[in-house]
Design a protein around this ligand. Structure first.
Ligand code: PLP
Length: 403
């Protein structure tokens, strides 16, 4: 609190204004279309609308499809969009070009990565280790992939995963940031442990890509998947991506060998011959409308360093936690997001009683976060368009609800 003020609200509002004024990323908010009067803290579920997407999408529909018709597969670059957009995502996850391919949902890419990963693993290994707190779809897909590949699923707490990896471990599936708690797992150390055990590691980047540096190449990750509708702002149902490290591409054997992943799709041969590179991760005809909306959305990243985004994300979540501590009477909410920066993603999860109703009330008052059963309020901080005044208002509104 400042020396002259006795009202924590005045003090925190002043601090928010000063932090926003000093924020070099603040001007990026202009790259998004956000409704007036709303504090949007749900970008960890559905990112906001980047400003250019509506016009791009209108052009794709009216001109590329409406006028150029089938010529657009060549002339508008539709056919090569999965690799081209993959290369646009690559720097955001620390990958050199040629290793990321866009298409399908995260769930489908998980299936490709897990079965493909099992086929890369040394023969005779029997276990598929899965983050025990994982987002449900990862667990469902892992169990089916394990059945197909003849592996046994072993749930592991990521904090103990390194100890659980042994000579029987074929594949390890981990979430970089836990969707419920916002806990950031140690990708470099866990990847190194998997490699030391001779296992193939698959990372789910849904809650980290676009929020913090990932370093896929630097840390020697084998395979990774992620969605694009959260921190990458690709839009509802935007296609996901698959990363296949260059060193694995020649051996990567997709369990979904559709014609788009064929070395010569228009030869229309009865036999499958996988394309070179990440292209072999493709399956069928790409969903061009969503994909080109995503391509336009990624322009919001022009000239933006992920490291700067991470620094702002941590400052935002620190400030939000400080505001919650000041505004919400003690004992009514408990943060389940780690306080230590090295363990925190870009969201704050608060546990409280009647969380569903509390979130409903927050949304009614213009602060949009979300609720995860049974008792968690989630607040996602997307540094490209969220400011410190937003964090202060969200916490103050929460305080009013409890007050
Ligand atoms: C960590 C994680 N993995 C997977 C998914 C599911 O992705 P999709 O619906 O694209 O299959 C989500 C969705 O929110 C997620 O948060």
């Amino acid at each position: 609190m400042s020396e002259t003020s006795t009202d924590p609200g005045t003090d925190l509002r002043d601090r928010a204004a000063a932090l926003d004024a000093a924020d070099e990323l603040a001007k990026l908010r202009e790259r998004f279309t956000l409704p007036d009067g709303v504090v949007y803290l749900d970008g960890n579920s559905l990112g906001a609308l980047p400003a250019g997407v509506a016009a791009t999408t209108a052009d794709v529909v009216a001109r590329q499809w409406g006028e150029l018709l089938i010529r657009s597969w060549e002339e508008s670059g539709w056919w090569t969009a999965p690799e081209r957009i993959g290369d646009k995502i690559a720097p955001l996850v620390g990958a050199a070009p040629g290793q990321v391919v866009v298409g399908d949902s995260t769930s489908v890419n998980l299936f490709k990565a897990l079965v493909g990963g099992a086929r890369l693993a040394a023969p005779g290994r029997t276990k598929l280790l899965v983050d025990s707190a994982t987002f449900p779809t990862d667990g469902y897909i892992a169990r089916s992939a394990a059945r197909l590949a003849g592996l046994t699923v072993v749930p592991v707490d990521p904090s103990r995963a390194a100890e659980a990896m042994d000579a029987d471990t074929a594949v390890v599936l981990l979430n970089h940031v836990d969707y419920r708690s916002g806990r950031l797992h140690d990708l470099p150390a866990l990847t190194a442990a998997a490699r030391a055990a001779g296992a193939v590691v698959v990372w789910d980047l849904c809650h980290s890509a676009g929020a913090l540096p990932v370093g896929l190449d630097e840390h020697g990750v084998d395979l990774a998947v992620g969605c694009t509708y959260k921190y990458l702002n690709g839009g509802p149902g935007a296609p996901a991506y698959l990363y296949i490290a260059a060193r694995h591409q020649d051996a990567f054997d997709s369990p979904l060998p559709g014609w788009n992943g064929h070395a010569d799709p228009f030869a229309m041969t009865p036999d499958y011959e996988a394309a070179r590179g990440a292209t072999r991760g493709r399956v069928g005809t790409p969903d061009i409308l969503s994909m080109l909306a995503l391509e336009s959305a990624l322009d919001a990243w022009d000239g933006v360093a992920v490291e700067a985004v991470r620094a702002k994300s941590l400052a935002l979540t620190d400030f939000f936690l400080a505001c919650v501590a000041a505004y919400v009477p003690q004992g009514l909410v408990e943060s389940v997001t780690p306080a230590e920066h090295e363990h925190r993603g870009s969201q704050v999860s608060l546990r409280c009683e009647n969380a569903r109703e509390v979130m409903g009330e927050l949304i009614a008052r213009g602060v949009i976060g979300d609720f995860r059963a049974p008792d968690v309020l989630r607040f996602g901080f997307t540094p490209l368009y969220v400011g410190f005044a937003d964090a202060e208002r969200a916490a103050r509104t929460l305080g009013h609800i409890f007050g």
